[in-house]
Design a binder for this molecule. Structure first.
Ligand code: NAP
Length: 324
């Protein structure tokens, strides 16, 4: 009997065909409502799930007693209770590396767009307001030669740092769980305690995973430590920042601006003041959203699922212990 999988999310035809060579593809879940008999019926049969931002709860797992593998189409897995999966012997795989450079591009684009007020001024031009040369009130801030602080210095943090150090002659500071001596040598990066980094950096870019330790890592106290001329860029997860405190800091001029790809609640909806603020560039969580990268991420998830369910080592397991 072929093992059964569901694909919650976009794979291209070749990727779906590849999976259906090995597995029976069940209809994707229309919702994650466990009171729905159809959802429970599908979950009761499934051996593998491919998808992104899956709302995996203990109840969800309880309804899927045959589940062996979850292949998330993302590098972050903060919506998945990894310890609970491990306890149940369920393997989680993610998609590191293939999205690193694209997400770093997004981070640097946010640095540039926010510092040089590109969205605000492009909107101004579109509205027909450009009638004379711009005055000082519309000037931005330089990026080159400034100090870039990375909070989280893993794959994506280091890739943003490379852009800053090698392309924009920036001084790089980082705050990270462990030291990264090789990258210090490569880029002249210097490790700092978080508070010190916040007080020295002109641009603070968040690239830590969302965990219990990093939830609301940047709150009112941390924002107060930043320079009033500094810009905060978040390409990690919205909940790494206390969003209420950020809105307050932006309104009061505690910091100069923010470039945000991620938010506490997504989609943002029409109640948040952030997209309407002149000193904010808000993007709809597009860190990795290019054709090339999303295809590569989906392929990594397909490869992970295929290998794991046929009993071989997947390319990027998260909870390795399950394989032992
Ligand atoms: P990574 O290589 O694992 O890097 C994460 C870094 O954070 C690691 O260097 C880790 O330290 C450090 N870290 C973890 N917990 C920490 C803590 N409590 N304090 C200080 N440092 C801590 O991951 P990545 O591939 O760069 O991805 C990072 C995150 O970016 C993902 O988890 C995801 O949430 C987010 N992301 C967002 C998008 C988007 O669309 N906006 C796209 C991709 C990823 P060690 O090196 O010591 O372990």
């Amino acid at each position: 009997m072929k093992k059964r999988i569901i694909v919650q999310g976009r794979l291209n035809d070749d990727q779906l065909a590849e999976l259906s060579e090995h597995f029976e593809l069940l209809e994707p879940l229309g919702s994650f409502d466990l009171s729905d008999a159809g959802v429970r019926e599908t979950l009761s049969q499934v051996h593998g799930i491919v998808g992104a931002s899956l709302p995996v709860t203990p109840e969800f797992l309880g309804a899927a007693p045959n589940l062996e593998v979850i292949a998330t189409v993302s590098v972050g897995y903060d919506t998945v209770p990894v310890d609970e999966l491990t306890r149940r012997g369920i393997l989680l795989c993610n998609t590191p590396d293939v999205l690193t450079e694209t997400t770093a591009d997004t981070g640097f684009a946010l640095i540039m767009a926010t510092a040089r007020r590109m969205v605000e001024l492009a909107t101004w031009v579109k509205a027909g307001a450009w009638e004379a040369g711009v005055g000082t009130e519309l000037y931005g801030s330089d990026v080159h030669g400034k100090t870039l602080g990375l909070v989280g210095f893993g794959r994506i943090g280091q890739a943003v740092a490379r852009r800053g150090a090698l392309g924009f002659n920036m001084k790089v500071l980082y705050s990270n769980a462990s030291p990264k001596p090789e990258v210090e040598r490569e880029l002249g990066a210097e490790r700092r305690e978080l508070d010190q980094l916040l007080s020295e950096a002109d641009f603070v870019c968040l690239t830590v995973p969302l965990t219990e330790e990093t939830e609301k890592l940047i709150g009112a106290n941390e924002l107060e430590k930043m320079k009033s001329s500094a810009i905060l860029v978040n390409i990690a997860r919205g909940k790494v920042v206390d969003e209420g405190a950020l809105i307050d800091a932006l309104e009061r001029g505690v910091i100069k601006g923010a470039g945000l790809d991620v938010f506490e609640n997504e989609p943002l909806g029409d109640t948040s003041p952030l997209p309407g603020m002149a000193n904010v560039v808000a993007l709809p969580h597009i860190g990795s959203a290019t054709h090339e990268t999303r295809t590569a991420m989906a392929q990594r998830a397909v490869d992970n699922m295929r290998l794991a369910l046929i009993g071989e080592r997947p390319l990027s397991p998260v909870n390795d212990e399950v394989l032992k």
